[in-house]
Ligand binder design. Sequence first.
Ligand code: SF4
Ligand code: SF4
Length: 279
Amino acid sequence: MDSINNSLNHPCFNHSVHKKLARIHLPVAPECNIQCNFCNRLYDCVNETRPGVTSKILTPKEAFHKYIEVKKNLDNISIVGFAGPGDPLANFDRVKETVNLIRKTDRQVEFCLSTNGLMLREYADNIIQTGFSYITVTINTLDSEAGAQIYEYINYKGQNYAKDTAAEILMENQLEGLEYLCKRGVICKVNTLYLKGLNDFQLEDIARVVSQKGAYIMNIKNLIPAEGSKFEKLTTASEKEINEARKKCSEYIKQMLHCRQCRADSVGLLEKDRFKEFY
Ligand code: SF4
Ligand code: SF4
């Protein structure tokens, strides 16, 4: 695995490059296809980004022009990422159009997207054909009872599902999509929000299973409660609890320890977000 690590030009997947290589997130994806109980849908997707932050939605053409502008100023952009404000796979036409526009002028930069995974299996071939090298899928539980508490509903192929059924469809698509992409060489990260009392006792199971499916790295993130969401008062984990969970899970899969819980329109190094200069 470490020989893979050395070749990765993604500052989130490879800690050793995060101080020299930068990324840009292009916020072209407004819609979401599920309702997580820790999200109030007013802001950027909590699964990947920082709650309470709203990114201005761009059309694919606007996103392309923004990329060109940023590239003129930052020569160390190695990754173009899609992380909201909704779910990139609930808006895949917009995401794909943006990638195609950028690819016409830049053969070097690599593409990454973060998703709740509901449509991951469905879009897996399209994701590969479009040229994504990296995917992040958020997997918060593998248990339908816990899933029924974490997710209010999903909208899958035009139909709404709730409770255990919603959780089962979501989990199946996440794991199948993850395995399919990993087998075909896409480097996959799994984000897991530490939800105290809901999934904290399952984190090692998640780590073991996603590792078996081929995931490269896991990112256990603390919940930052989003105001107005069902979980706004959920007690969050201490730093010690998060660190202990990461240590236990590292028995199964490499852990990301340098996540900054960025915005859906972040620009620059992880440690020095320059989004304001390009807003
Ligand atoms: Fe919110 Fe993201 Fe969950 Fe959609 S997937 S409800 S945007 S946290
Ligand atoms: Fe990387 Fe974490 Fe920021 Fe996502 S939220 S781009 S994983 S540092």
